[in-house]
Design a protein around this ligand. Structure first.
Ligand code: NDP
Length: 449
C-alpha cells in the first residue's frame, strides 16, 4: 500500500514550512500539521513582532533627539493599543502569506495536533475528531517554548508568548533572565515608560557575547534607568493588589505590576509519540539528530529548535532547506553551524560573529585585538552620551579576522555584511585595504590600527 504522503511535517514554523514547500516543489506529496498559527515562533510571537516593538519604542528617544535637530514637537503622547494592534495586524498578514505559500505548493494543512503512532503513522486530532495518516518520511519541526521555573506562584508571570497581547502597559515590570529576550524587552518596556528591573541568577548577562559589549550594554542601560539585580535567586511569586511580589533568597522581595519570565526555551518534545516511534532524545531533552538532521529512526528527521543545535530562525530555515534538497531534490548538502552571526535587539543593539576574545585566546593562543570606542555623530549632536564599541579579534599567526563584535546604532544591519568577510576568512590587511565610506559608523571597521 502506498503511503498517504511522501512527507509529513509536524510543525509549521520557519523550518517546517521551508522543508514542506521545497519538498513539494520537488514533486513530493506533502502534509503538514500545526496546532497554533502557521508561521511559528519567529513570525507569530517572536522575532518579527519583537522587532516591530523595538522600532515603535525607539521613537521615544528619536522624538527627544529631534529637538536638537530643530524639530519642534508639541506632544509626545503614546498609545499602546495602537502599536500593539498594528503589530498584531502585521503578524496576521504574514500568517496569511505563510498559509498561501503552503496552499500554492499543494501542501495539505492540518490545523490541530499530530502525534506519531509509529515510524510511518501519524494520528491527527482536531475539534472534528481523530484520524490517522501514513507517510513515507516524517519531519519534526515543533520548535521550543518558554521555560517557566518550577516555583510557587510562577504561573502569575507571563512569557514572551503573552507579552505581545498585553491589554495595557504596566507601570513596572520585573524581567527574569539575562539573555536575549530579557534584554530586548528591557529596552522596549523602558522606552515605553515602564519601570524595568531585570533580574538574573548569575552576575552575567548575555553570557555568550563579548565581555566588553555586555559591560557596555549594562552601563548604557543603567544610565537610561533600567535596574539590574544580579545573583538573584527567586523563591516564589505572590499576587498583590496591583500586581506581583517576587520573593528572593537573602533579600527584600521585588514588587511590580508585571513579571516576565525570559529564562530560556525548551524543545517541544512532549506528546509527539516519540517513544512510540522509537525516536531518541539528547541529554538536554532535544531530538538527537546527525549532520543531515536524521534521527535514529531512518524515516524520521528533525530540524530547528526542537533539536537545540542553534536556536535561531535562519538556522532552522537552512536545516529545513538542506533536508528537502537532500532527501527530495537529490542535491545533498549539510548546514555549516560555524560562524553564525547573531544580534540582540537591545537598546542599543549588539551584533556578533565568530570568536570572542576569550574564545579565540583559548583556541588560537596569540591574538590581536582592535577596538574602536566612539560616539556616533548623531548622538553627539543630540547631546546623547552613548558610546559605540566595535571590536575585531585577529589570529596573530594568519592575520585572519576570526571575530567581530559591535554595540551601537544599527549594529545588526552593519554586522550582516561584515559577517561575509569573517566567514570568508579575510585578513586584517584586507580590511585595511578597503577605503572608508565617510561619514558612517561602519567606516570604523576599516580604520582600526
Ligand atoms: P537565553 O538562553 O538567551 O538566556 C537565558 C537566561 O536565563 C540566561 O541569562 C540564563 O542565566 C537564565 N537562565 C537559564 N536557565 C535558567 C533557570 N532554570 N532559572 C533561571 N534562570 C535561568 O534565553 P531567552 O529566553 O532570552 O531566549 C531563548 C532563545 O531564543 C535564545 O537562546 C535565542 O537562541 C532565541 N532568541 C533569539 C533572539 C535573537 O536572535 N535576537 C531573540 C530572542 C530569542 P545564565 O546565563 O546567567 O546562567
Amino acid at each position: 500500500m502506498p503511503h498517504d504522503f511522501d512527507l509529513f511535517v509536524i510543525g509549521a514554523g520557519s523550518g517546517g514550512v521551508r522543508a514542506a514547500r521545497v519538498a513539494a516543489g520537488y514533486g513530493a506529496r506533502v502534509g503538514i500539521a500545526e496546532e497554533h498559527k502557521v508561521g511559528g515562533t519567529c513570525v507569530i510571537r517572536g522575532c518579527v513582532p519583537k522587532k516591530l516593538l523595538v522600532y515603535g519604542s525607539h521613537f521615544a528617544e528619536d522624538l527627544v533627539d529631534a529637538r536638537r535637530f530643530g524639530w519642534d514637537l508639541p506632544s509626545r503622547g503614546f498609545d499602546w493599543p495602537t502599536l500593539r494592534d498594528n503589530v498584531l495586524a502585521e503578524v496576521d498578514r504574514l500568517n496569511g502569506i505563510y498559509e498561501t505559500t503552503l496552499s500554492s505548493h499543494d501542501v495539505a494543512l492540518h490545523r490541530g495536533r499530530a502525534e506519531l503512532v509509529d515510524a510511518h503513522t501519524i494520528r491527527l486530532s482536531s475539534a472534528d475528531g481523530d484520524r490517522t495518516v501514513t507517510a513515507d518520511k516524517v519531519l519534526i519541526a515543533t520548535g521550543a517554548r518558554p521555560l517557566v521555573p518550577k516555583l510557587p506562584g510562577a504561573e502569575l508571570g507571563i512569557t514572551s508568548n503573552e507579552v505581545f497581547h498585553l491589554e495595557h502597559l504596566p507601570k513596572s515590570v520585573v524581567i527574569a533572565g539575562g539573555g536575549y529576550i530579557a534584554n530586548e524587552f528591557a529596552g522596549i518596556f523602558h522606552e515605553l515608560g515602564v519601570k524595568v528591573t531585570l533580574i538574573n541568577r548569575t552576575d552575567v548577562i548575555l553570557r555568550q557575547y563579548e565581555a566588553a559589549l555586555r559591560d557596555r550594554l549594562m552601563q548604557i542601560s543603567t544610565m537610561k534607568g533600567i535596574r539590574f539585580v544580579l545573583n538573584c535567586e527567586p523563591t516564589g511569586v505572590e499576587r498583590t493588589d496591583g500586581g506581583i511580589r517576587l520573593t528572593r533568597k537573602g533579600d527584600d522581595p521585588l514588587d511590580a505590576d508585571l513579571l516576565l519570565w525570559a529564562v530560556g526555551r525548551r524543545p517541544n518534545v512532549e506528546g509527539l509519540g516519540l517513544e512510540a516511534a522509537g525516536v531518541a532524545l539528547t541529554e538536554k531533552h532535544a531530538i538527537a539528530v546527525d549532520a543531515e538532521s536524521r534521527t535514529n529512526v531512518d524515516t524520521i528527521w528533525a530540524v530547528g529548535d526542537v533539536t537545540d543545535r542553534v536556536q535561531l530562525t535562519p538556522v532552522a530555515i537552512r536545516e529545513g532547506q538542506a533536508f528537502a534538497d537532500t532527501v527530495f531534490g537529490n542535491k545533498p548538502w549539510t548546514v555549516d553551524h560555524s560562524c553564525i552571526p547573531s544580534a540582540v535587539f537591545s537598546n542599543p543593539p549588539i551584533a556578533s560573529v565568530g570568536l570572542t576574545e576569550a574564545a579565540a585566546k583559548n583556541k588560537l593562543g596569540q591574538v590581536r585585538i582592535y577596538a574602536s570606542d566612539f560616539r556616533p555623530m548623531k548622538n553627539v549632536l543630540a547631546g546623547r552620551n552613548e558610546r559605540s564599541l566595535y571590536k575585531l579579534v585577529v589570529d596573530d599567526a594568519s592575520d585572519v579576522v576570526v571575530g567581530a563584535h559591535m554595540i551601537g546604532p544599527d549594529a545588526p544591519e552593519i554586522l550582516q555584511a561584515l559577517a561575509i568577510a569573517v566567514k570568508a576568512k579575510l585578513t586584517k590587511a584586507q580590511f585595511d585595504q578597503t577605503v572608508a565610506l565617510h561619514p558612517t559608523m561602519a567606516e570604523e571597521l576599516v580604520l582600526m590600527r
